[in-house]
Write a protein that binds this ligand. Sequence first.
Ligand code: PXL
Length: 279
Amino acid sequence: MARIKRVAALQDLSCFGRCSLTVVLPVLSAMGVQGCPLPTAVLSSHTGGFGPVARTELADQLQGTLEHWQRLGLDFDGVYTGYLSSPRQAALARRAVEALRRTGGMALVDPVLGDGGRLYASVTPELAAAMGELCQAADVITPNLTEAAVLLGRPPEQAREEPLTLVRMLSVGGRRSVVLTGVEPEPGQIGAAWFDREDGRTGLYAQARAPGHYPGTGDLFAAVLAGSLTLGEGLEAGVARAVDFVSRCARHTARLGTPDREGVVFEPLLATLANGPVR
Ligand code: PXL
């Protein structure tokens, strides 16, 4: 039976502000990949600029869904985990990676913990430690510079080493691939540095930086990368695709002038993801 590739996406559903599942599912669909949500929590919005949120944790539901999917024998070409709100969710995320990834499938862990040198509200030291453990089950991790520092056991300041040094440090002796996001190789540019565990190569790819600072760009990036890797494209190609798409969306958003806290306006550009890498 032929079937399209599918990815289990384990993260929150933030109902306004364009991050996590509201970004990830449309991106995967546009790339021709079936996205199957494993929601960790429902929030009225993301926590980055709309004041107090209404929030329901879904760890019991998550556990029940995992048990159901395991009874069904479902397996996935990719398992992609993002924002989590408790160590219990991190343990369930690890179980999802181990139980749902089919042989040869990829596990991408985006260790969503903070940005700009600060942890997100609700990220405790225990959650940061649990995220570090979850990263051990990953084939690919996608920290930003703040998350890189935390994963290296440091305070949440932006790590200052050279990006190509950092990706090697975070690969734990070459055991996992690393994509470091939010790297600014030159003023006015933004992109990502990568280490590919398949061949030990590193690289850096950047595009023009848009003015503004939008929440959810890390999720948009990781979603494109997860889709690309699941489709069998290499890490270097996937990183370029993700940098290009996020940068185009951010520049489009800056032209429109919508409020930063509403995230990047990606909807009009989704169709550009449909036909593979655009170079
Ligand atoms: O984009 C990361 C993210 C995901 N989920 C929630 C968030 C954030 C960042 O602020 O608040 C709920």
